[in-house]
Design a protein around this ligand. Sequence first.
Ligand code: DGY
Length: 337
Amino acid sequence: MYNLALDCTEIGDKLMSNAIPKILVTRKMPDVVNKKLMANFTVSLNKSDKLFTEVELQRALKEADGILCSVTERFTKKILNITDRKTKIIASFGVGVDHIDLKFAKSKSIVVTNTPGVLTDATADLAIYLILAATRKAYLSEKKLRDGEWTGFSAVEDLGVSLKGKTLGIIGMGRIGKATARRANMALGMKVVYFNRSYIGSIDFPARPAQSIGHVMRESDIVSIHLPGDKGNHGLINEEQISLMKDNSFFINTSRGEVVDQKALIEALRTRKIAGGGLDVFENEPNIPQSLIDLDNVTLLPHIGSATKEVRDEMGLLAVENLISYFGEKDCPSRVV
Ligand code: DGY
């Protein structure tokens, strides 16, 4: 349980005035972010970084004018629906806002902001890392070495596949999808096919639109998912879609675990229907099924798409900019609802 008064309230420069909005921060943030917060608001930090319970989140909604949260706090209708709520803005640290019931927030005039743009390159870099790790059997090979099972150079063992001339299928050609595709095409010499629900006008590298997700699944040597985690997308990449994938193809996901039928994916990896994968996101994080952990043909990372020092600073600073704009009665730089 956090104790707002004793444990984690940091006094900003302007504390003594009642007019200074009170911001509660649900997770430990970079120093530069805390400093900017404290220069502008009365701030309650979470120094222990312990996750808030539902009760604590509701208490936060009653006590703070604004909340700076991350993907780990689920603002469901049940949590948001309290009568004596004080919070008017939830500034989320991250681009995905599927952890907040946006429809309900909007109906209660709660402003929600996110941090798009600043994490695009870092996340695309990680998608490329996973593509390389999967296709070069990085986990299997490193494990062999660390387990003392490497007997020396071999011309024929544990061979991966080359990427040049292969087809990368992007599902969700938003900022991160495009940045991943651009890297794959320009740096790795891959062809790109993509599906996006809405028409994409300008793409500054060769990329071919497909009629449906199924077409991308069928045609690609590597499929990379870049879909938002909205409820409507849950389970969109289902067993049937996965069954369309080419034999010996690879599956990459850096968006949200919920958009994929994880059981079906594990089965496709286990039976070697597909050759391998790279995952940075999972259904029901941080719980990872043992059946996935046990597989040696998939690289698993703990949701670190945006995890660079520079980007985490920028994300936090953008979240604070949103709060400053809101309380300064200006347009928020990245308002979602
Ligand atoms: C994002 O920005 O959505 C990342 O997944 C962290 O929340």
